[in-house]
Design a protein around this ligand. Structure first.
Ligand code: GDP
Ligand code: MG
Length: 601
C-alpha cells in the first residue's frame, strides 16, 4: 500500500459512549470480522469484559476501498477511563487524526473535553461523531450546540451515527479518508520505528507494537534499540487484523507487531528501533506516565515470593505505567511497593494478578507521595535542610523535625446536570476542594473545576460522585503540583502493638473522625478470636479512638451435637478454608483484604 493510502487514527470518547461498538462496526464493514459475531472484539481481557472498560489499547489494520482505490486504515482503540490517560497519550503517537465520539444522550462529558484538548495539543485532525442517535431521548442537535459552545466544533463537521444499528458508519470511513492526512514518512530512508506498546505473550514472548516512521523492516534483519542499546534478530512480523497475520516486510507508515529475542524488561515504550550498525536520530518518544498512587503488594506466604515476582514482571510489561520496587514490612515480610496511575488502575492490576496469574496478594492501603521539609537544627544531622519524599506511612518522618509538609494536588473537571450541583459542591468541600470554575454549558449542564488534594480522591471520590448523581456526573483530573498541608499519621494498635500496615496519613482536621471510623471498621472486619482484642487509633502518643473485640469460642461444630459426620467434616474444612485467607499479624489473624477495605466507606 502506498503511503498516500494509509490512515492512522484512534477513537477517543468518554467511557460508554460507544468506542468498542464503533470499532467492531468498522471491523465488520471492512470485512475484517464477520457481521454479528456477538461479542466485542477489541476488549479481550477478562477484566475488561467484567468491568466493561478498555484497559489495554488494541490495534487493528483494516483494508477499505474508496472510489476504486484500496486504503489501509490503522485503528488504535484507546481506553476511556481517567486513570488510563497515559495509554491514550501513547496510542496517539502514530495517529494523524482521531474520531471524537460523543453519546447523543449524555452529551459532552469530562473525558470528551480532556480528549479533545489532548488531540488539539498533538495537532491531530478531529472528526466529531455523535453516536447513539437511535436512542429515543437522543438529542443530537443539543449535543452539536454543546460541541460548538464548549469546543468550538463546527456543526457541518459533525457526523451522526448509531454504532449499535450500524447506521452512518460508511460516512465515518469516508471522513477518515477525506479528512485525515496520510502519515509523513520516508520509505527511502534507513529503517526507523517507534515502540508504542508492548506486551508478553505466552507463546511468542515479548511483542512490541511499532509504528514504522522510515524505511522498511523484514523478518530475519538485525535491529537495535536506541535507548536500551540492545540488538536483536527479527523473528516474526505481523499485522493485527485484529487477528494476527504474518507478513515478511513492514513499510514506513504502517503499524504492526514484531517479536524477536527481546526480554520483557528491554521493551521500552517510546524507544526507537533501527537497523543494527545504522544508527538514526531517535524519534520523539514520550515521558513515561507518572504513578500517583502507591500501595504495598505482598504474597500471602513468603514461599510465593518468586512466583508473585514473575507475575508482577509480566503484568508490568503489559502496563508501562506500573512501577514496582522491593520493600519489606515487619508484619507482611518481603513484597513490593507498586505505583499506579489511580485507584481503578490499581484494582485492575490486582484483579489481573488474581485472574490471569492466580496470585493471591495482600494489598495495603493506597497512599500518595508526600514531601516534608526538615527543620534545620544542628541536632538533626541526618536530614538537615533536606526534603524527605515518602509514599508509605511507615516512612512518615517524626513531626518534631518537620517544618512543613506538602501534598500533591489535582485539578478536577466535573460535568453534571444542574440537579446534582449542590450535593456535588458539598462533596468537593468535604474533600477540601477549592472552586476554580462554575460554568453553564447548555443543556442544563454545568462544568465545575476544583483544586483538591489527590489523597482525597484516590479512595472513593469517583464512586461518591457517581452515587450522588445517579451516574450522570463525569469526572477527569490533572496534576496540579504540590501544596503545603497540615498532615498527621494516624496509627493503629492491636493489643497495644502498632500495625504499620494499617496506619494512614490524613489531614489534621479529619484525624479524629478517621481514627474513630478505622476502629469501628476494624471491629467489624476482624473475626472474633480466642482472646480479647483492643483496637486503638493514636496520633503520636495520644489515643484518639478505641474499640474492644470480645473473644469468641470458635468450636463451629459444637452446635451439631456430634450428629452427622460428613457435615461435621465439611464444617471443619470450611473453617480451614476460611483460615487460609487470613494473615497472622503477631497472634491475631486478619482477613486478607483488611488493609484496603478498612479505608473504604
Ligand atoms: P465504550 O466504553 O466507549 O467502549 O462503549 P461501548 O462500545 O462498550 O458501548 C457502551 C454501551 O453503549 C454498550 O451497552 C453498547 O451496546 C451501547 N451502544 C453503543 N453504541 C450504541 C448506539 O449507537 N445506540 C445504542 N442504543 N447503544 C449503543
Ligand atoms: Mg470499550
Amino acid at each position: 500500500v502506498p503511503v498516500e493510502a494509509i490512515r492512522n487514527f484512534s477513537i477517543v470518547a468518554h467511557v460508554d459512549h460507544g468506542k468498542s461498538t464503533l470499532a467492531d462496526r468498522l471491523l465488520e464493514l471492512t470485512g475484517a470480522i464477520k457481521v454479528n459475531s456477538g461479542k466485542q472484539i477489541l476488549d479481550n481481557l477478562q477484566v475488561e469484559k467484567e468491568r466493561g472498560i478498555t484497559v489495554k489499547a488494541q490495534t487493528a489494520s483494516l483494508f477499505y476501498s474508496y472510489q476504486g482505490k484500496k486504503y489501509l486504515l490503522n485503528l488504535i482503540d484507546t481506553p476511556g477511563h481517567v486513570d488510563f490517560s497515559a495509554e491514550v497519550h501513547r496510542s496517539l503517537a502514530p495517529c494523524q487524526g482521531v474520531i471524537l465520539l460523543v453519546d447523543a444522550n449524555d452529551g459532552v462529558q469530562a473525558q470528551t473535553v480532556a480528549n479533545y484538548y489532548l488531540a488539539r495539543e498533538k495537532n491531530l485532525i478531529i472528526i466529531p461523531v455523535i453516536n447513539k442517535v437511535d436512542l429515543k431521548n437522543a438529542n443530537p442537535e443539543k449535543v452539536k450546540e454543546q460541541l460548538q459552545i464548549l469546543l468550538d466544533v463546527d456543526h457541518v463537521d459533525v457526523i451522526k451515527i448509531s454504532a449499535k444499528l450500524g447506521t452512518g458508519i460508511d460516512k465515518v470511513l469516508d471522513a477518515i479518508i477525506e479528512r485525515i492526512p496520510p502519515p509523513t514518512v520516508a520509505r527511502d530512508k534507513p529503517f526507523r520505528a517507534l515502540i508504542f506498546d508492548s506486551w508478553y505473550d505466552k507463546y511468542k514472548g515479548t511483542i512490541s507494537l511499532i509504528y514504522v516512521k522510515d524505511g522498511a523492516l523484514s523478518v530475519g534483519k538485525q535491529i537495535s534499540s536506541a535507548y536500551m542499546k540492545k540488538s536483536y534478530e527479527v523473528r516474526n512480523i505481523f499485522l493485527l487484523r485484529p487477528y494476527t497475520e504474518n507478513v515478511k516486510t513492514i513499510f514506513a507508515g504502517q503499524v504492526g507487531a514484531i517479536s524477536c529475542n527481546m526480554k520483557s524488561k528491554e521493551a521500552h515504550i517510546g524507544d526507537t528501533l533501527h537497523l543494527r550498525h545504522q544508527p538514526v536520530d531517535s524519534l520523539k518518544g514520550f515521558n513515561p506516565p507518572k504513578p500517583m498512587v502507591f500501595a504495598g503488594v505482598y504474597p500471602m506466604d513468603q514461599s510465593q515470593l518468586s512466583s508473585l515476582q514473575a507475575a508482577i514482571d509480566k503484568l508490568a510489561l503489559n502496563d508501562s505505567a506500573v512501577n514496582a520496587t522491593l520493600e519489606s514490612s515487619a508484619a507482611l515480610g518481603r513484597g513490593w511497593r507498586i505505583g499506579f496511575l489511580g485507584l481503578l488502575h490499581m484494582e485492575v492490576f490486582i484483579q489481573r494478578l488474581e485472574q490471569e496469574y492466580e496470585a493471591q496478594p495482600i494489598v495495603t492501603a493506597p497512599a500518595v507521595t508526600y514531601k516534608a521539609k526538615i527543620f534545620g537544627s544542628k541536632n538533626i544531622t541526618k536530614y538537615r535542610g533536606d526534603t524527605v519524599i515518602f509514599n508509605n506511612p511507615v516512612h512518615f518522618p517524626d513531626p518534631q523535625i518537620v517544618t512543613e509538609f506538602y501534598e500533591p494536588m489535582i485539578i478536577a473537571t466535573i460535568i453534571t446536570p444542574d440537579t446534582y450541583m449542590r450535593e456535588i459542591i458539598s462533596l468537593c468541600w468535604e474533600k477540601r476542594g477549592v472552586e476554580k470554575l462554575n460554568k453553564a454549558i447548555g443543556n442544563n449542564r454545568f462544568m465545575l473545576q476544583y483544586v483538591m488534594p489527590l489523597s482525597e480522591i484516590i479512595l472513593d471520590f469517583h464512586d461518591s460522585l457517581k452515587n450522588i448523581s445517579s451516574g450522570y456526573a463525569s469526572f477527569d483530573y490533572e496534576d496540579y503540583g504540590y501544596q503545603m498541608a497540615d498532615i498527621v499519621k494516624v496509627n493503629i494498635l492491636l493489643n497495644g502493638k502498632m500495625v504499620e500496615e494499617l496506619c494512614t496519613i490524613v489531614h489534621k482536621t479529619k484525624a479524629s473522625q478517621i481514627g474513630k471510623k478505622l476502629c469501628i471498621k476494624l471491629l467489624d472486619t476482624i473475626p472474633r478470636q480466642l482472646f480479647e482484642i483492643v483496637i486503638q487509633a493514636t496520633i503520636g502518643s495520644k489515643v484518639i479512638a478505641r474499640e474492644t473485640l470480645k473473644p469468641y469460642r470458635k468450636d463451629v461444630t459444637a452446635k451439631l451435637y456430634g450428629g452427622d459426620v460428613t457435615r461435621r467434616k465439611k464444617l471443619l474444612a470450611q473453617q480451614a478454608e476460611g483460615k487460609k485467607k487470613m494473615k497472622m499479624i503477631g497472634k491475631i489473624s486478619l482477613p486478607r483484604d483488611t488493609f484496603i477495605s478498612v479505608l473504604k466507606k
